[in-house]
Design a protein around this ligand. Structure first.
Ligand SMILES: [Mg+2]
Length: 257
């Protein structure tokens, strides 16, 4: 039954998007953000560059650590490429979350360029090295997500995958569980997070929300403070690694909570 379901979804996908890998000449109308993600070598080069820099940092940090440590990756547009889904939205003239769960259940996302080489390299650093995926895909999509990660060589037994159990289940809460070996990571022991890799600011350490409100103050708005907070961080390129995603994100709505 599952096989039949996947077959039908696959037919829909290929009818909607096709399987071309070069820029389609008939797609002049395609928004530039999507076209860039789907067809530019520049996008692929940037991802590869980010992952190579991340590997250099992880290797260097791991050399002086005796404890268990972990690299935390987001999933969408960080480990798995959903630009095919975005192309479906464009062609069908629909908005997220149209077809999203079905898309995930297809389990056919390709890996983001550079991520497999990075994860393979991290695994080569021994028993103290761990991989955790923290994603805001809904919890019922956990098995399909793990299966997709496995299919493209990004998953091994012992890895952690924490999908979101409702809006209150923030990435910060899940990072703390990975860090402290609590909650869903009970029994795994504490692990030092040495790198955070994502395509959204929310994939990095949490913004300290108790600070400014959304109301404008003499010091500016929450959005201005948030931008300043992250841009002033000295963790970019050492512990924080940001992948490009011009298609969607918190930035499109002024980083509203
Ligand atoms: Mg993402």
């Amino acid at each position: 039954m599952k096989l039949f379901f996947k077959l039908m979804l696959s037919i829909f996908f290929f009818l909607a998007v096709g399987c071309q890998s070069t820029t389609p000449e008939t797609e002049e109308e395609m928004p530039l953000d999507l076209k860039w993600m789907r067809y530019s070598v520049e996008y692929q080069a940037l991802c590869t560059q980010v992952y190579r820099l991340a590997w250099k940092s992880v290797k260097q940090q791991a050399a002086s650590l005796d404890e268990d440590w972990v690299v935390v990756l987001d999933v969408d547009e960080t480990a798995l490429d959903n630009s095919g889904y975005q192309e479906i939205l464009y062609k069908e003239k629909k908005d997220f979350p149209y077809f999203w769960d079905d898309w995930v259940l297809l389990e056919e996302c390709p890996p983001v360029p550079g991520v497999k080489a990075f994860i393979d390299s991290v695994r080569s650093l021994g028993d103290n090295a761990h991989i955790a995926f923290i994603t805001n895909r809904n919890f019922p999509l956990t098995d399909a997500t793990r299966s997709n990660l496995t299919a493209v060589g990004l998953w091994e037994d012992g890895d952690v995958l924490l999908c979101q159990k409702g809006r209150e289940d923030t990435k910060g809460i899940r990072r703390d569980e990975v860090r402290n070996g609590t909650g869903r990571c009970e029994g795994m022991g504490p692990r030092k997070i040495i790198a955070l890799i994502g395509d959204q600011i929310g994939d990095m350490d949490s913004y300290p929300e108790e600070k400014p409100s959304d109301e404008p103050t003499l010091q500016g708005t929450r959005e201005a403070h948030l931008k300043e907070y992250y841009l002033n961080s000295d963790k970019w390129g050492t512990a924080y690694f940001m992948l490009p995603n011009p298609m969607y994100g918190y930035w499109t709505s002024g980083y509203q909570r």
